[in-house]
Write a protein that binds this ligand. Structure first.
Ligand code: IFM
Length: 704
């Protein structure tokens, strides 16, 4: 077994997550220790698991009909279970983030009863391996392979799982050990029937390579990933582990190999929210991928592109133009938000987000822009990415209302703060719509200018399907006019945004008066009182400062933070990391660090008691963004500028922040300190530090 030990021989607390098996904690541990390869996620179900675990294995992009939630991610039984006897003592899991390997050890006195290692091959997605040495006396039957498993879905796709279990004995008598080597292949197809013959051929190739070589390949892929993306905080091992843990699960839940990647709210770590895709994917996970694994970000955008037709159809059915993306999306891209849920008193309550939480449409556009900012994938912007920007922008003029004074309003929405429903002029929604309109208009202007120069005639690229789009200058000019007319809620007397029309007149209740945050204010106050109070669920106005700071009222950042932070319950896991980011940008680094710790605790300490259903992927993306964009100040320059901005705001105790990104295809490693930054790059890059642009030649240098 030594040949397959992970890097945790001596456990490095910044690379390894160590969890002791504990009563009632199984479901949480299963989420924390999930191993996934972007296609198949295997939760850390114990090898001796007997009670029915929840969704031991989930399969990306495959949805099946499910009561109450429309569609849910396909779930399969665990392939890691061994026929172990009932009185096994509890053990511990060690998840080695560096090599992507989960080790489980169970000891009885001096004797190791189970010493198991598993991984989901990053080198061969769909191939997973379990290698376990178990005390022969603990086995109640010889370990054997399960027969092939086939699941089909209404999309015509499906998954077939085939496996081989090799068994051999070591030693004799009381000390005898049985070594089990199991290799499994999950062959997943989203649009056609999976082929068992192909799965068997892959299995034969994997078994031929053997567990040692499979592990070596797998570790090499993770080593390459970390070479680009690792984040380390000198002076704060806790923050280092939190951000590595976030990166590990984000990269595990997304794919660089598939054309399209459906990333649900819990990634591949669990079944909560039925694996539905929310805005979480575009504004929390995608920014991380765009900066370090652009192919995975592109696959995330492809998921929306392939569901543009239902988004166009929905807008048309509602009498609008352009595209309206669904609040919750699954297989076919129609809205699958449940229409009702059950509250704490057992009463049925309507869920209105599917009808009213419309900012997701602009969020999709924002993700296109963010991807292009990191990659300069101009062909994507000129083709299908541009189409997403244009069709989303087209939605807003048909959705907005212009009053007699010429001011534009968006009525009857839900913003990120879901405690207040059917509100008018939600500042976040309006700012995002405004941003969407302006970027699309700029794109049309840039494209038309380029085409004029090239051909002497004003045209925009067109095409029969996803890739093409055509906009005439009058339509684009109307977008700019609407953007200028949209109400943004800035009150000149306070210098801050009013979250929505009438918010300031609500009961001036602070979330902090309800108890320590995070607090589920809906449970404490009840829906009725809550909606008439100023307590908000999560970052709303503050979120706009994170996504579209140039759209927010100049100078409003401090006033908005001062006002909204004490009113925020952080009743959504998305909230603390957003605050960490924005507080860091505002220079309030001690408060930002406290928020970062809260964000880290959400899953690592199961702070909201919801981690059993899977890790909160948006929070994980938020943690990385808070560290890299918030504290590091590392971001693409604003539109039209080709430099990577570096503007660190480090909290006390952080001596140096080391991180990596891919800037326009070049892997750049940064060491950020209070007095300067070191930029290491294998090809020239342009950076902006303290407002000054500098060209950095390889291998790099300090900039101050
Ligand atoms: O998208 C979020 C939403 O903002 C708050 N409720 C949970 C959703 C899924 O994470």
């Amino acid at each position: 077994m030594d040949a397959v030990r992970p890097g945790c021989g001596t456990v490095d607390e910044t690379w390894c997550l160590v969890v002791e098996d504990g009563e009632d904690l199984d479901r949480v541990i299963e989420s924390l220790t999930c191993v996934a390869d972007g296609v198949v996620g295997t939760r850390g179900v114990r090898e001796e698991q007997r009670d029915p675990a929840i969704a031991p294995v989930v399969v990306s992009g495959l949805y099946e009909p499910a009561t109450g939630v429309g569609e849910q991610l396909v779930q399969l039984p665990s392939w890691c279970v061994l026929p172990l006897g009932p009185d096994l003592p509890r053990g511990r899991h060690v998840l080695d983030l560096r090599s992507g390997v989960l080790v489980r050890q169970v000891s009885s006195g001096d004797r190791v009863v189970v010493d198991a290692l598993r991984f989901a091959s990053a080198a061969r997605p769909g191939v997973s391996v379990l290698r376990a040495a178990v005390a022969t006396s603990a086995l109640v039957a010889p370990p054997a392979s399960r027969p092939a498993l086939l699941r089909r879905t209404p999309s015509g796709g499906g998954v077939v799982a085939v496996e081989t279990t090799g068994v051999h004995g070591l030693g004799e008598g009381d000390g005898a050990t049985t070594v089990v080597e199991r290799v499994v292949v999950h062959q997943v197809e989203t649009r056609r029937a999976p082929s068992e013959a192909y799965a068997r051929a892959r299995l034969a190739a994997a078994v031929g390579a053997g567990p040692d070589r499979l592990l070596e390949e797998h570790r090499r892929v993770w080593a390459r990933r970390w070479e680009v993306a690792d984040v380390e905080v000198d002076g704060d091992p806790e923050a280092t582990l939190a951000v590595r843990f976030a990166l590990f699960h984000l990269l595990s839940s997304t794919s660089t190999r598939r054309a399209e990647s459906a990333v649900g709210a819990r990634g591949l770590t669990g079944p909560a929210y039925a694996g539905h895709v929310f805005w979480d994917t575009e504004v929390f996970a995608l920014p991380v991928l765009a900066a370090i694994e652009p192919a995975a970000a592109r696959a995330v955008l492809e998921y929306r592109l392939r569901r543009l037709a239902p988004a166009l159809a929905r807008a048309a059915a509602e009498g609008r133009r352009g595209a309206r993306f669904p609040w919750e999306s699954a297989g076919d891209g129609t809205d699958v938000t449940p229409r009702s849920g059950v509250d704490q008193h057992g009463h049925q309550v309507p869920i209105l987000t599917g009808d009213l939480e419309e900012h997701v449409t602009a969020d999709v556009a924002w993700a296109v822009w963010r991807y292009v900012a990191w990659t300069r994938d101009d062909a994507f912007l000129a083709g299908p990415g541009g189409r997403l920007l244009v069709e989303t922008a087209r939605y807003w003029p048909s959705r907005a209302r212009v009053d007699e004074a010429g001011r534009a309003h968006i009525d009857g929405v839900i913003g990120p703060d879901e405690y207040h429903e059917r509100v008018d002029d939600d500042a976040f929604t309006n700012l995002m719509a405004r941003w969407n309109l302006r970027r699309a208009a700029e794109l049309v202007a840039a494209t038309t200018g380029r085409d004029e120069r090239r051909r002497g005639a004003p045209t925009a690229p067109t095409g029969p399907t996803g890739g093409g789009w055509r906009v005439d200058g009058d339509e684009a000019a109307a977008w700019t006019r609407l953007a200028d007319a949209l109400i943004d809620g800035v009150d000149p007397s306070t210098g801050r945004h009013e979250q929505f029309a009438g918010y300031d007149r609500l009961e001036p209740l602070l979330a902090t008066s309800l108890g320590p945050v995070p607090v589920a204010a809906d449970l404490v106050l009840g829906r009725q009182r809550l909606e008439h109070s100023q307590v908000i669920k999560q970052a709303d106005v503050v979120m706009a400062h994170m996504l579209v700071p140039d759209e927010a009222g100049p100078g409003s950042l401090a006033a908005d933070l001062d006002y909204y932070l004490p009113r925020t319950a952080h009743g959504s896991s998305l909230s603390p990391a957003v605050h960490a980011y924005v507080l860091a940008r505002a220079g309030r680094t001690a408060d930002a660090l406290a928020m970062l710790r809260l964000a880290a605790a959400i899953d690592l300490e199961d702070l909201t008691e919801t981690t059993a259903g899977g890790l909160h992927l948006a929070n994980l993306g938020g943690i990385w963004q808070a560290v890299v964009h918030g504290f590091g100040g590392v971001l693409p320059g604003s539109a039209g500028h080709d430099e990577l901005v570096i503007d660190p705001h480090l909290p006390d105790g952080w001596d140096e922040l080391r991180l990596g990104v891919r800037w326009r295809g070049v892997p750049v490693r940064l060491r950020l300190r209070r007095d300067g930054a070191h930029v290491a790059c294998p090809a020239p890059v342009v950076v902006a530090v303290a407002g000054g642009r500098q060209r950095i030649e390889p291998p790099g240098r300090w900039v101050r």
